[in-house]
Design a protein around this ligand. Structure first.
Ligand code: ATP
Ligand code: MN
Length: 469
């Protein structure tokens, strides 16, 4: 029965399949539901290619094999040969009249965890090995794919090169967060130096190494040769922050551009985000409609808010004034010099302006060593993009390109020069003004899906106490 070419459910329901009507087709997938009576059975079959199920109609009496039909229960994987016909029922254009069914894998109704619908997201997190088979996670992972594709497409169309930066790094200068150590030393009896400290010269790389928190420093090396590059890879932070917006392993997109100042940087960030949102609105209609209906009835409205508005640009100092004058009582009271919390960021976006906001010129004390100093000596050329419902979605800056000034910032902040000599050398040989930013991929996923918890927008979330699947 396997001679027929398999059609994806997508091809039958989404693409025009009228030329196939009346002919035999094969579909394979997982049974979502089975209902009916002694005469006729309706199987809703899903193969993950699209959120919709194809309806398979079985004439139970004509179908000799009772034993086989009993195995066709929710969760079972089957292959169906049948005639494609115009659907009698509502909700779908075509359906399949089954002629032969093969069961690849049964799913015992007594123990299959997704037997019933309507499980909580919390429960589904505990069965991350099976949750891709739900409508919700199917929709999310298809959107995740589309968004990844749109990112590469945008940069390719704009003359950027995809640069692969290392995942294992020998420097922890970025200071973006606590790091995960990479070692092959025997933790029970590590080699010791004469002083009794762990002797990392005996470790695999001959020095201490960690998982990267950002590809930016290496990205800059690329930009100072190829002009426009971007990275898109996993990053790791060992912060013990159990929030709905932080993961221990997340994906980051980091473009880095020679000859861009902070204004060019902001223009790029705005065009980039708008392109990505527009791409999803155009290509993921069915999945978005599902998420809007099930989880967030303001989803499309927020996506439109990004597409239809110019982002507001203002300085950190202005923003602090607005927050203080708002009279709003925040959990963390606002004062100049503090790092803004997501409650402040969201107030600016959702209450003050009703549009995405780009904040610039942050106090140097709360930003990284590589950001270009402003003439006032107190602020740096940073830019954070703030989104509704999320807060910070992008962090970026114009970079310090002056050798002496960068070196004195490195000393001021106590960063060992032997860790960043290679980075400093780019300012010694053919330095250039340049800028870049980092977009947290899962923060953007939260925004475009309307989901509330970052663990639900990545297939296998890594978070404190959580690395089972
Ligand atoms: P936050 O203050 O929200 O922790 P950050 O200032 O540490 O963010 P950056 O170091 O600027 O963030 O990282 C760049 C981007 O990566 C952020 O704008 C955000 O979108 C994303 N990001 C940062 N930390 C995480 C994390 N732990 N999980 C998921 N995304 C993150
Ligand atoms: Mn952080």
């Amino acid at each position: 029965m396997d001679q027929l070419k398999r059609h994806r459910v997508y091809d039958l329901l989404k693409n025009d399949s009228t030329h196939l009507i009346g002919g035999m087709v094969n579909v394979k997938g997982w049974v979502r539901t089975r209902r009916g009576n002694k005469k006729v059975a309706f199987i809703a079959l899903n193969d993950g290619s699209i959120i919709h199920n194809i309806q398979v109609v079985v004439d139970v009496q004509a179908f000799q094999d009772d034993e086989l039909l009993r195995k066709v229960t929710t969760g079972a994987c089957i292959s169906v040969n049948g005639k494609l016909v115009e659907s009698q029922g509502k909700g779908q254009a075509v359906e399949i009249q089954a002629e032969a069914i093969k069961v690849y894998g049964t799913a015992d109704p007594l123990t299959y965890p997704l037997q019933k619908k309507g499980h909580s997201l919390e429960f589904l997190r505990e069965i991350a090995h099976l949750r891709p088979r739900t409508n919700t996670f199917g929709a999310i992972f298809r959107i995740r794919h589309a968004l990844s594709f749109a990112i590469h497409q945008f940069f390719n169309d704009h003359g950027f090169y995809y640069l692969h930066t290392p995942i294992i790094t020998g420097s922890d200068a970025e200071g973006a967060g606590a790091m995960f150590r990479v070692t092959t030393l025997d933790l029970k009896k590590p080699p010791l130096t004469e002083k009794g400290e762990i002797d990392f010269s005996k470790d695999f790389f001959g020095k201490e190494t960690n998982l990267t928190v950002s590809g930016q420093l290496e990205g800059e090396l690329g930009a100072l040769a190829l002009s426009n590059i971007y990275t898109f890879g996993p990053t790791f932070r060992a912060e013990n922050s159990n929030t709905s917006r932080h993961l221990s392993e997340f994906w980051m997109i980091e473009p880095e551009m020679a000859f861009y100042d902070i204004h060019d940087n902001m223009d790029l960030a705005e065009a980039f985000l708008k392109h990505l949102v527009a791409y999803i609105v155009e290509h993921c209609e069915d999945d978005l409609a599902f998420l809007q209906k099930m989880y967030d009835n303001e989803l499309m409205e927020r996506l439109r808010m990004v597409l239809d508005n110019e982002f507001v640009r203002l300085t950190y100092t202005r923003a602090v004034d607005i927050l203080i004058q708002s009279g709003q009582s925040f959990e963390f009271p606002v004062e100049w010099g503090m790092d803004l919390q997501s409650e402040h960021e969201r107030y600016l976006v959702e209450q003050s302006f009703g549009k995405p906001v780009i904040l610039t010129d942050y106090p140097k004390g709360i930003k990284a060593f590589y950001m270009k100093m402003n003439d006032d000596g107190r602020t740096v050329r940073a830019m954070d993009v703030l989104f509704p419902g999320i807060g910070e979605i992008i962090g970026g800056s114009q970079r310090e390109e002056d050798y002496e000034r960068l070196q004195s910032r490195i000393r001021e902040m106590g960063i060992p020069e032997e860790d960043v000599w290679w980075y400093l050398e780019t300012r010694k040989f053919g330095t250039a003004p340049h800028s870049g930013f980092g977009l947290g991929f899962e923060r953007l996923m939260l925004f475009v899906t309307g989901m509330g918890n970052i663990r639900d927008v990545i297939p296998f979330p890594r978070a404190p106490q959580n690395a089972e699947f």
